[in-house]
Design a protein around this ligand. Structure first.
Ligand SMILES: [Fe+2]
Ligand SMILES: [Fe+2]
Length: 405
């Protein structure tokens, strides 16, 4: 296998390509780079050579960036698709919101470009099965609960749409939240990176952009009623919102800084997003997972391992990483069932998510010598200096439960 990462840059302006070549010259020992100036040439390279990442301009004669990336999505779904375009091309870039994984704006600093590409390539190691990778890379949105989907459509079409209301609806939906965070955390919109509160995100994007995204680009979609049992999907939403809220309270109680408290909420909301990804792409297989859990004393990750050879933790982290969500969220999603594998000694969003998830699944944080999972949990909480927090976090759990019931 080629040890080099293979990156394809597409831009119709020769000067821009030369600038990229010069800027990325130090990367030549790690990356095999192709530079072409049209969508047509890009597709020829993709047909002839394996490529890991495509970085494309938007405004190009003939085939524009959105058309090229849609074609790449169709023909080579496993390739990571990144837009690199100028601010004046915002309307065009909205067209690429579906086929692109990430959006960068010109001029882009070498450090940000290199880290975005490297991070995208690293994700490859998360999933070994190519068919799963392809299915996930092809996804451009996560389905929403039908009731929330109806709410957002009604709100954006209403003659007096309220941006606050739009933000509140989005914040209640796992799929819409993930999509809005993907957009707002990209450098393209010129906003400070790392924005986690969906209501804030909607305010920053502005009503016109949100309306265009919902009505013209159709970035949100509705859960198909035949994909998975509605009770399962609703249960997942309830569990996700509950974990988000509990993770936030735990972080607040620990005196964590406000931005990290927001990360904890978001990581809690998104921690099981992999179930949604698997259930949407491979509904029949995921129904087998649900059946298996009904027939045998297996937890979700054990049943998923049997059916898919991987778990919702890896799958969720893969999608959110591909979409460029902040690293602490991706880590929380990836390690939430095996936190002892995560090598950090301080309280991070993963810590809040693990506690919230365990408690909301009816588990507790006290040692149980008969349960190896409890031992792993304890190892982790001891390492971050939180072994004595069980009672106070359980109290928070009971409070949140009482509030929502
Ligand atoms: Fe989970
Ligand atoms: Fe969970």
């Amino acid at each position: 296998m080629d040890p080099l990462r293979r990156i394809l840059f597409v831009d119709d302006e020769t000067k821009i390509l030369q600038g990229l070549k010069r800027m990325l010259w130090p990367m030549r020992k790690r990356w095999r780079m192709y530079f072409v100036n049209s969508g047509k040439q890009a597709l020829e390279i993709l047909d002839q050579h394996p490529v890991d990442v495509v970085v494309s301009d938007m405004r190009m004669p003939g085939m524009d960036g959105a058309q090229l990336l849609s074609e790449v999505q169709r023909r080579h779904p496993q390739v990571v698709r990144i837009v690199l375009s100028g601010h004046s091309d915002q309307d065009l870039t909205l067209k690429a919101v579906s086929p692109a994984h990430q959006y960068l704006s010109k001029p882009c600093e070498a450090k940000l470009l290199v880290s975005t590409i490297d991070r995208a390539c690293d994700l490859n190691d998360l999933l070994s099965r190519d068919n799963l990778k392809q299915a996930i890379s092809r996804m451009d949105s996560l389905p929403s609960l039908p009731t929330l989907y109806a709410d957002i459509m009604a709100e954006v079409q209403s003659p007096d749409t309220s941006i606050q209301q739009v933000g509140k609806i989005i914040a209640r939906d796992v799929g819409m939240t993930a999509k809005v965070l993907q957009l707002v955390n990209s450098s393209f919109f010129g906003l400070a990176r790392h924005i986690i509160d969906p209501v804030h995100a909607v305010n920053l994007l502005g009503l016109d952009t949100i309306k265009a995204l919902v009505l013209t680009v159709e970035v949100f979609s509705k859960f198909k009623s035949d994909a998975l049992p509605l009770a399962f999907v609703e249960g997942l939403w309830h569990h996700s919102l509950f974990c988000g809220e509990l993770a936030r309270r735990i972080a607040r109680q620990e005196g964590i800084a406000k931005p990290t408290v927001d990360d904890c909420y978001m990581a809690g909301l998104l921690h099981d997003v992999g179930k949604l990804v698997l259930g949407t792409n491979l509904p029949e297989d995921y129904r087998r997972v649900i059946d298996l859990m009904g027939q045998q004393p297996l937890c979700a990750i054990e049943a998923e391992m049997q059916i898919f050879g991987t778990t919702h933790a890896e799958v969720g982290a893969y999608l959110l990483g591909l979409w460029g969500l902040p690293e602490s969220i991706v880590e929380a999603v990836l390690y939430h069932h095996f936190p002892h594998h995560f090598a950090a000694n301080e309280f991070v969003p993963l810590s809040a998510v693990v506690a919230a998830d365990t408690l909301s699944n009816g588990g507790n944080l006290h040692p149980n010598p008969d349960d190896p999972a409890s031992e792993n949990l304890l190892t982790y909480f001891s390492r971050i200096g939180a072994a004595d927090k069980a009672a106070s976090w359980e109290q928070l759990h009971d409070q949140v439960k009482e509030e929502v019931s």
